[in-house]
Write a protein of this length. Structure first.
Length: 184
């Protein structure tokens, strides 16, 4: 895993430039799976529900998917997060984020898959959200990963998931923030 992240600017699907590292805030760089992924949606809704708390801890959320910007806009328009399209897996390769059948076959993921699919089907029916894709861009077998990056580019903590639902919870993310960190 990387110990330091070189400076760069990522562009969100809405055209906003996001510096990584950020000179004033920590960056939580999340690698998710594909646009419309039910497990990813379930996880990101938990992030959104506690977004103020995350911002208050001095963290900026940046979420990378291995889908195109056009496909992501269908599923993430209502998220108050920086969403990055990486359909060519450039960032995934750089950060060593993998994929494999264990993403879906690991029994630890099955409960989240069932909850995520149920939630998405309800949203399709009652909120007019689009149906999750049958053949997602980049495939179904992506694994999640989380990086917490300091203002100097140092990776403070990282986690590479073993299955589709193996990522930091909000509580786990917040415990990674150094105690001496001051919010600007």
């Amino acid at each position: 895993m990387l110990s330091t992240v070189s400076a760069r600017v990522l562009t969100t699907i809405e055209g906003v430039e996001v510096p990584i590292p950020d000179p004033d805030r920590l960056i939580h760089l999340q690698f998710r799976r594909f646009a419309g992924c039910p497990v990813c949606s379930l996880h990101l809704r938990s992030i959104v529900s506690r977004h103020r708390e995350i911002i208050g801890a001095g963290i900026t959320e940046v979420v990378v998917f291995h889908s195109s910007a056009m496909e992501l806009r269908k599923y993430t328009a209502d998220l108050p997060l920086h969403v990055i399209a990486d359909p060519d897996h450039v960032l995934y390769r750089e950060f060593g984020v993998e994929s494999g059948a264990q993403a879906l076959l690991d029994p630890h993921a099955w409960s989240a898959i069932a909850r995520g699919v149920t939630q998405e089907l309800r949203a399709v029916r009652y909120e007019a959200r689009p149906m999750p894709p049958r053949n997602p861009e980049g495939g179904r077998f992506g694994l999640p990963a989380d990086y917490l990056i300091a203002s100097d580019g140092k990776v403070l903590a990282a986690k590479h998931g073993a299955h589709a639902d193996d990522q930091w919870s909000v509580d786990e993310l917040l415990t990674q923030v150094p105690a001496e960190r001051t919010v600007r």
